[in-house]
Design a protein around this ligand. Structure first.
Ligand SMILES: Cc1cc2nc3c(=O)[nH]c(=O)nc-3n(C[C@H](O)[C@H](O)[C@H](O)COP(=O)(O)OP(=O)(O)OC[C@H]3O[C@@H](n4cnc5c(N)ncnc54)[C@H](O)[C@@H]3O)c2cc1C
Length: 393
């Protein structure tokens, strides 16, 4: 039986949204953690992130909801439109009706804002140490403790290790050993504009998705409406590992130039893009072993088509802390309980994200079928369709 040792901290590899949320959720339970981040500072690059009512439910229990909402934008609706004709396919209200159904709001925020809110909470806790420029290269589970090796050769001991090191997790490589993530063949180009850079007739407070053949384009405001987030996704054989390569505008342009002016005029406004090669993995059932477990993208990386990867990482963090607190004398069992509670929900999200991607990018009859299926629903039916996700965790 792997006993927790009240005095020894948890070691957390990775200080992204998942790693910080894990450290904070544990600290709320009186459990100490050390977060090791390979980058020289704790910060999020990238752009917008959508937050469902499921994550606000968790943020509320962690005491972080108001901080996250303070910088977020609350879109009145989510619209899906045909990128070739401009036709409205469906409009799902996200205001009062939505709140009454799910008991929590829908929000969109800058990744740096939500990461910053959790970081600030961690900095305010004397149970958390945040250590940057510290890459975790390996670990050894010694039965009564776990030791990690850092890139400078230093070894650090703790009572448990949580791999929050993202899509390319090296803790997962050792623990699960299922090779590299699956390259989807989809590329995302992302940009953020200031509100004044968006032509007045194109600015809308909604989350708008333009569905096109083998493409989609999403935009929504960020940071209380001061910024505008744009994400253009298309199918491509081009593959570059990692992310954040500067996007080449002409590659992207080829895929969108025949679309409606509301799409092309917005794309024309953008000078600097960042590119993501979208990857995921097949769902797995076992991601814990002894005193080591995984969380967030390290455990269940998914395509972003349900806008849930970070939401799931935060849900994971809260469940993990609950399970550890419930079985302080048996850490291996606590980690198994955590994985047991999470694997089907996260697997469903991974699989459904792929399905949504197929739907957004449909052509021909499949696109017609999509329009008929989602366009013919009442608001209540739309809510019912997503209740498995938004009603959780
Ligand atoms: C285009 C796009 C749009 C998205 N939109 C949404 C959305 O709307 N809503 C949503 O919920 N999610 C969205 N996601 C998904 C979301 O970004 C991820 O699921 C989320 O960031 C995962 O958080 P994480 O902490 O698990 O991993 P990461 O954010 O990848 O963090 C991992 C951290 O670990 C560090 N690290 C890695 N290896 C080591 C090591 N060996 N030692 C120390 N540190 C290490 C990294 O530097 C990084 O800071 C989107 C993703 C993409 C690509």
């Amino acid at each position: 039986m792997a006993k927790t040792n009240g005095a020894a901290p948890f070691l957390i590899s990775g200080g992204g949204i998942g790693g910080l949320a894990a450290a904070y959720a544990l600290a709320r339970r009186g459990i100490a953690g050390r977060v090791f981040e390979q980058s020289s500072e704790f910060r999020e690059v990238g752009a917008g992130i959508q937050l469902g009512p499921n994550v606000f439910r968790v943020l509320e229990t962690l005491g972080l909801k108001e901080q996250v909402l303070a910088d977020a934008h609350r879109p009145p609706a989510q619209e899906m439109r045909d990128a070739l004709t401009g036709k409205l396919i469906t409009r799902i209200p996200l205001g009062e009706e939505f709140f009454n159904r799910f008991g929590q709001p829908y929000g969109v925020t800058h990744r740096a804002d939500i990461h910053g809110a959790i970081l600030k909470a961690c900095q305010g806790s004397n149970l958390i140490t945040l250590e940057n420029s510290r890459r975790v290269d390996g670990y050894e589970d010694r039965g009564d403790s776990v030791t990690i090796t850092l890139d400078n050769g230093e070894r650090v001991a703790g009572q448990g290790l949580i791999g929050c090191d993202g899509m390319w997790s090296n803790i997962r490589e050792r623990l699960v050993g299922d090779g590299k993530p699956r390259v989807s063949g989809h590329i995302a180009y992302r940009a953020v504009l200031k509100r004044e850079e968006v032509p007045k007739d194109l600015w809308t407070p909604d989350v708008t998705l333009w569905a096109g053949p083998r493409t989609h384009f999403v935009h929504y405001p960020l940071r209380r409406g001061e910024l505008y987030n744009l994400v253009a996704v298309f199918h491509s054989d081009h593959y570059e590992e990692g992310w954040n390569a500067e996007g080449a505008k002409d590659v992207m342009w080829q895929h969108f130039k025949m679309q409606v002016p509301q799409v092309t005029r917005l794309l024309e406004r953008i000078e600097t893009w960042r590119m993501w090669v979208l990857c995921d993995r097949e769902p797995i059932k076992e991601w814990s072993q002894g005193r080591v477990t995984l969380l967030g993208d390290a455990a269940h990386p998914m395509l972003q088509y349900l806008a849930q990867g970070a939401n799931m990482a935060i849900e994971d963090a809260a469940v993990l802390a609950d399970k550890v607190a419930a079985k302080p004398d048996d850490l291996a069992a606590a980690f198994r309980d955590y994985q047991q509670e999470r694997y089907l929900r996260t697997a469903r999200t991974q699989i459904m994200a792929r399905v949504y991607g197929e739907f957004y990018h449909a052509r021909g009859v499949t696109a017609e079928l999509r329009d008929m299926a989602v366009g013919g629903r009442t608001v209540e039916q739309s809510y019912d369709g997503i209740a498995w996700l938004y009603g959780g965790p």
